[in-house]
Design a protein around this ligand. Sequence first.
Ligand SMILES: *Cc1c(COP(=O)(O)O)cnc(C)c1O
Length: 405
Amino acid sequence: MASTTSEFTSVAGPRPDLLITTILERLRSLLPEERPIPLHEPRFEANAWERVRDCLDSGWVSSVGAYVDRFEAALSEYTGVPHAVATVNGTAALHTCLLLAGVEAGDEVLLPALTFVGTANPVAAMGAVPHFIDCEHETLGVDPAALAAHLAQTAELRDGVCHNRISGRPIRALVVVHVLGHIADMPRLKALAERYRLVLIEDAAEALGSHLDGRHAGAWGDLSALSFNGNKIITTGGGGAILTRNEALARHARHLTTTAKQAHPWAFEHDEIGFNYRMPNLNAALGVAQMEQLPALIAAKQVLAQHYRETFADMSGARLFREAAGRESNHWLNLLLLDAPLQRDELLQAAHAEGLQLRPFWTPLHHLPMYQDCPRAALVVCDDLFSRGICLPSSAQLGGKPGQS
Ligand SMILES: *Cc1c(COP(=O)(O)O)cnc(C)c1O
């Protein structure tokens, strides 16, 4: 699979100008010839048209309908989490999780700085304060050891409620993110959340199909959020879901996401502040079709990840991120880590010039103007990963056509 580039790899450490050339050459050897090659594209098959047409024919396209129930049942069955509540998007799912966790204005919520901005925005929109914590090289997720040290320094339990000793604010929840589909160290994070009485929320937006010790992402925390945005492993156009093992929380999630309207033949009675967050039936029809494809999509992505591993196996100056033992990633996006940060942007520039849509990580949240004054731990690993990480084109199509993989 890999091209022969012995003239580059035989030198002790690549010359800087050769590193980019070598990486691009290897990418060309692996990827098809058409350009541009997007970072991630959805894949639809005949069943998508069938389900969506059937939904249109039924006349039930909006926020109630059989496809919503079927999609939720499929998610629950696949993940092993008893309750799934489909929402309009992942951000709405996270917002609902935070409401269910009892987060209020003036609270703090622990979350990693290396994540999509959508993890923090619902926290801020509630008047709560994101409190940024560091991630680890092994999983890309929240570092339990660093978090334990940070909490030992800054947090204390007062009457059973965790407080930030410095700001005086309650710390209500811990949101962990499964970055690029790689599950964080959930056993240790769960133990820490229990010790500090924090509600544990998983932002599993990128991790449908990922497992740790045989347990699916989203099955570890009290509540978790999935996303089915167009770039995720499956898509419903836009969409999300809340997963929980707790039936009362699931019932409350359904209520909050349907404007907290009480069941009644005609009256509009709402008993708390709720939102129009339920997934429309039309989107759920696409979701049902995509769930039918999910095993094949993941198989194709495993093939692609293996191709990337082979292609970059003997590379000096960069290496492919690999998940640790016991972890089974959905391989949503493949990650190349440069040994040194110096040439990241040069590589991005050169790749884009030839239609290869490589991407850096999200700019860490503590560098964004609205979040730069938030409380935070040392964010050394987060800044390091951001400076060296490059996401590679990872559509399932690149791992082989359906039936071929
Ligand atoms: C995509 C994503 C979200 C937000 O999901 P949307 O469906 O786009 O609202 C949140 N967190 C992470 C980590 C994501 O990747």
